[in-house]
Design a protein around this ligand. Structure first.
Ligand SMILES: *Cc1c(COP(=O)(O)O)cnc(C)c1O
Length: 562
């Protein structure tokens, strides 16, 4: 069953999370969504890639909101038996001196034209493992830093060994973030044994790994870069890795997974042009390329727009570039497709929250991981100003997003939002949809009228939800950061908040209100024809370029075929 894949796969893509489908809870946010869109594009383009991730049986978290507006988290289990098959192969990795056996599940993703892409979901829930080791692949981003290191050992070292045990002959290893960087170390280790060297006589030779490794960094936010103290690493990996040699390639202070990946990769990239520039400043001395993210157009286009595209551009799913001609679509048909998407969102809001929003009033949508730098609170920084705006031109706000269980700031943002919602109740309808995931993302990025993005620059590496919005004719209103710096043509594809230089928070809030008052709301209610013209500009200019097919062609030609 795996043979067809072992023979043709030449590239292995490692990611802590992958969003394969809504029922498979092996993802938390944008990183996993990007990995999932990568799987889907590899199937479309017939790229010989095998994916490796963790099975994460309990998912990331299931979110509900308590009476006090606080987030309540529960496990979010899924059933591997329903979607994947266990493979017979298994390998052992020694952690704290115990053998931890790792076994993969095989999930097969089939593209629209029938090409299948294999995804290996690593699991340690095996009878032969000590009880404390069985749960290593249970909870995505759960537990403490020792638990995280265990997961990264299983992903990097376990994943690398499994591919070899299964007979894969991999030429290129792509590390999606630093979580899997131990694979590069394992590669060096294996190489050193082959040469018969011992720890005393030779350090690692990074060149060996650089020929085979590609590293994509995804965030300039410090918490996004894992670091582990060397005494912890030594306790877990004594005898498995050579700590002295590791220090030379992974940082002298502590094991820095980003540093390790940077040192052992022959090709490094950021996920937008601005992000690559910022990464070069963060990591001086490394050559950081830019490959701007994209989204899988077929996955993120709602039903009504999919029908419209199908009528005019039969090949749009396979070749989203053809949407460059969407600016010629019929106005009434575009508006009708949008109205249907909006009604679907309103239905869901009514079902889940009991509030009925109006289809004739503008919806401002915002859905993100709830964490400080995404600045959901910017919109609510002056409630009187918001109320005054709504008196002249009414609008409604729809929000979704989870906070990481350890992110107290993020949780405070959610709680504060629920207070704002109550304070605004008489003037502006605000709806919060709990448990943001692929399903809700699809509804929200197609059913809103305007998609709001207000990160603190330069911390948004790329952002992809705005791309999903654009290909559904939803107009972006966003701070100039990440992908939006490349996609925003003000007044044509959407609107900018702030300017390209790094401004201050106060200015951004003022600018946000000014754009709503002076541009967005008057256009929506006063010049529908121009609004629809912008929708079509946004579809044609953004969907034709910010798609994951274009992204994967670039990875293939620039990173994989070096
Ligand atoms: C697209 C998506 C994201 C990423 O959105 P950003 O704009 O990058 O914050 C996160 N979570 C889900 C569920 C998504 O679908």
């Amino acid at each position: 069953m795996i043979d067809a894949f072992t023979q043709r796969s030449r590239i292995a893509y490692f990611s802590m999370e992958i969003a394969l489908r809504p029922e498979i809870h092996t993802y938390a946010g944008g990183l996993g969504i990007l990995a999932g869109d990568t799987v889907r594009s590899c199937a479309d383009l017939e790229l010989p890639v095998v994916f490796v991730t963790l099975v994460s049986r309990d998912g990331y978290l299931r979110q509900s909101i308590g009476e006090d507006g606080r987030q309540i988290e529960q496990p979010d289990p899924w059933e591997p038996e329903r979607w994947a098959r266990p493979l017979g192969a298994k390998v052992a990795v020694a952690i704290e001196g115990r053998d931890v056996w790792v076994r993969p599940w095989l999930y097969r993703h089939k593209g629209a034209l029938g090409y299948e892409v294999p995804v290996l979901l690593l699991d340690t829930m095996l009878d032969e493992n000590a009880p404390q080791d069985r749960d290593i692949c249970r909870s995505l981003y759960g537990g403490d830093s020792g638990y995280r290191l265990n997961q990264e050992i299983v992903l990097g070292i376990g994943g690398y060994r499994l591919l070899r045990a299964l007979g894969f002959e991999i030429e290129t290893y792509h590390m999606n973030e630093g979580h899997s960087a131990l694979l590069a170390l394992e590669m060096l280790h294996g190489h050193r044994h082959l040469n018969g060297n011992t720890a005393e006589h030779a350090g690692y030779d990074p060149e060996v790994a650089r020929q085979h490794c590609v590293f994509t960094t995804h965030t300039p936010v410090e918490a996004g870069h894992d670091r582990f103290p060397y005494d912890m690493v030594e306790g877990k990996l004594k005898g498995v890795v050579d700590i002295a040699a590791l220090r030379a390639v992974a940082g002298g202070q502590d094991l820095n997974m980003t540093r390790l990946a940077l040192n052992l990769s022959g090709y490094v990239n950021g996920v937008a042009k601005r992000h690559a520039e910022i990464s070069r400043q963060l990591f001086p001395g490394y050559r950081v390329h830019a490959i701007t993210n994209g989204v899988h157009v077929e996955t993120w286009t709602c039903g009504s727009f999919a029908q419209l595209y199908q009528r005019h551009f039969p090949n749009w799913g396979h070749e989203p570039e053809v949407l460059v001609r969407a600016d010629g679509l019929d106005d009434a048909a575009v508006w009708e497709a949008h109205r249907r998407a909006k009604l679907a969102l309103l239905n869901r809001i009514a079902q889940e929250t009991g509030s009925s929003l109006s289809p004739d009033t503008l919806i401002l949508g915002f859905a993100r991981r709830m964490t400080g730098y995404k600045r959901l609170d910017l919109l609510f920084s002056d409630l009187d100003r918001l109320r005054a705006l709504a008196k002249t031109h009414p609008f409604q706000i729809v929000i979704a997003g989870k906070a990481h269980p350890h992110d107290e700031d993020g949780k405070r943002v959610i709680q504060a939002l629920h207070r704002r919602k109550a304070e605004l109740a008489a003037d502006i309808p605000v709806a919060f949809l709990a448990n943001y995931g692929m399903d809700l993302a699809r509804l929200l990025t197609s059913g809103s009228d305007v998609w709001l993005n207000t990160p603190l620059p330069p911390l948004e590496a790329s952002g992809t939800s705005g791309m999903k919005a654009a290909l559904n004719g939803v107009l972006n209103l966003g701070v100039l950061d990440g992908w939006w710096m490349e996609a925003c043509i003000d007044g044509t594809t959407g609107w900018a908040i702030g300017d390209a230089d790094l401004g201050t928070a106060d200015d951004d809030a003022e600018d946000l209100y000014r754009r709503l008052e002076g541009d967005v709301l008057p256009l929506y209610y006063g010049d529908r024809a121009r609004w629809i013209w912008m929708m079509k500009q946004s579809i044609s200019k953004i969907a034709s370029y910010f798609n994951s097919q274009r992204m994967m062609r670039r990875y293939a030609s620039e990173a994989y075929l070096r």
